[in-house]
Design a binder for this molecule. Sequence first.
Ligand code: NDP
Length: 280
Amino acid sequence: MSARVLSGKELAATIRSQITEQAAVLRAAGTTPRLAVVTATDDASSAWYVSSLARAAGNVGISCDVVDLGADADIDTIRTELGKLSAQETVHGVILQTPLPPGATLADLATGIDPTKDVDGANPLSLGRLASGLPAYAPATAEAVLALLDHHGIDLAGQHVAVVGRSAVVGKPVAHLLLNRNATVTICHSRTRHLAAITRAADVLVAAIGKPKMITAEYLRPGAIAVDVGTNPTEDGGLVGDIDPDTARTQAAGVTPVPGGVGPVTTALLLAHTVQAAAH
Ligand code: NDP
């Protein structure tokens, strides 16, 4: 069997063109959608991500401010900055970039982001609302997983989905979004025993682990759909996912590529949330 490549590029382009139009309408009415990204790290891949996000925002007509507090910023400084940005009427979306300085946690600091501006769903209130089936901004990556499956016509109702990873930014919100769509969800993590036996029973596998190419053919049921959230930098400056595409393709019916799968849809949805927040 040779799997379909479930690309995210076409969907991301469609979302970008929709938000370009919506942002133009808002600007014409006097509101420029504005995103603020707070960073407190000297991590090179984070810097690369933030600059590409700012460029992508500019390309669709969203203004993007990067507030770099430095890698030695203390927790109170970050908290104060998030509070200030949340209070500014002209700022519509606020993101706190990870990694954070030692001792700081995203869930704790993100409580300082106003839920109406929490465009990457980092405030625990947003996750709680999602879990309760109430409107909230989902973390863009989690929403991208569902958007990509929808785009490729994969119906989730009644399907057994195994999510490998239980972080608050990917695994848990993906699981809640899937439940809201009537999938049967098993959440796996580093302490899960007989992982391959569980994932092999699933119709869809979502890998959000952070371990390069860990998911091989033996984790997949023949004909399964495999969604790769992992973005692991390689020594030569490239990117590999959590799924080994060469073996996975021999077993699965569809595999999302890395790069070019969940990643571009994530960025597009983050910008879409910002435009949505500006429209409100
Ligand atoms: P975390 O490190 O926060 O979580 C990783 C999860 O994987 C944990 O729940 C951990 O279990 C689990 N895990 C680790 N090792 C194993 C194992 N051997 N078997 C089973 N489960 C395991 O990572 P994130 O959720 O933040 O990110 C996951 C991946 O997604 C990373 O590669 C990250 O770069 C990528 N990512 C991609 C984005 C995108 O836009 N495409 C955005 C955000 C993240 P436990 O809880 O027990 O420790």
